[in-house]
Write a protein of this length. Sequence first.
Length: 448
Amino acid sequence: MAIDGEHENPDADRERMRAFYERHPYPLVDQVEFDRTLYDHLAFSTGTCADNRLGVNGGRRGRMLIAGCGTREAATWALSLPHFDVDAVDLSAASLEVSTHLCARLGASNVRHRQGNFEYGKGPEGLYDFISSFGVLHHLESPERGLAVLERHLAPGGTMAIMVYSRTQRLPLENAQRMIRLLAGPAPTPEHLAATGLSLCRGGAQTKNRLERVFANGLDNAEKNPPQFADTLLNPRERCYTIPELVEFLATAGLEIAAPVQPAFWEARGYFEPALDAAFRALPLVERLEIVDHLLGPVFWFAVRRIAERAPPKPCDTDRSLFWDITPLPLDTGCWPVTRHEPAAAPLTAAPIIRSLSPQQVSIARNPHAAQVFHPIAARMLPLLNGDWTLGDVARAVAQAEGVPFEAIEDALAAMLRQLVGSLALAAPDPTRCARCPRRSTAVGDGV
């Protein structure tokens, strides 16, 4: 998206972005989430699970960089990865103040905050096993330059988790942003730009038009979530991507998509007739992602790896005996509600969301927006994913409880468990327990 001021002095342009986030620390903090198995699941989904887990069984602590931490991402990752030392970098002092307070209140002592513009190498120090940049690269003066900096700070074998804007999702907002800029006139003050946006939303939400929903959401955010109103409609600079454009962007730094961070949002089960579904699932990953983007428009949040370090397929993808050997870690996720930057005294733990649809169907979800349909047997397997039992133990116990020979339903049980573990991420395989995997490293703590 072309934004006014993009041909100004680069120093003035950078100051414009810093000043924007000083006025609008983002996001509004209403909760701080944690997910202590997300990193392990990323390792499984990217095919790097054969490496020993950092910080486990005497291994060294991991190092993580958050490139653009905003107000709450540092607390989120620090609580999720207590075995990592986290460097949280942001250009906004106002955002860092909120983030520092939240980390202190939540006891997240493994975070070091630093103000700086990572696009120009200010903030990151040394190499990191894991880098997160959520919703930041697309706001940089040069996303390619920022991505190249992150790649230089990524340790050999390391992983990134990046989120950038999807053009499919963002196009209506881009159109609304352009309207606000045109109506506000040249070089508007921040106050005049905000007033123009609010006025447009008030009128647009009350009339039939193609952007009516955008204006209604903007009006609601202006009242209940001002940082969201500013970030979606008033941001000085942003860029959006299609899947092919994202692939090209990542390739400028020698990187590629390894897997979606939220696989359930990229499932397309039930949308195609059987023959077409088989054709869809035979496509390369990026082509499947492109189709699902057109179909469903999920958030572009992906685990990214160096092309030169592409992991081979996991042996357990094709060897059923190795698959049954996997011992999954149970779901360990939840959130602290936050009111006026003060977190609650204790977290609210999360559990799989199970809803009966019929005697033969249940929906199971990790997130209420990403439910998938299963036979009720799948729901009965979930409590058995306890960190002690292998997938084979779980499958055989369920078959015995159903009074059915394991061999008779082995294929169906394997498919259910692959979907529960691989797609919905309701359990993260523990690679340190995969004793027979031919790819498992014998050294402790030697990689990610």
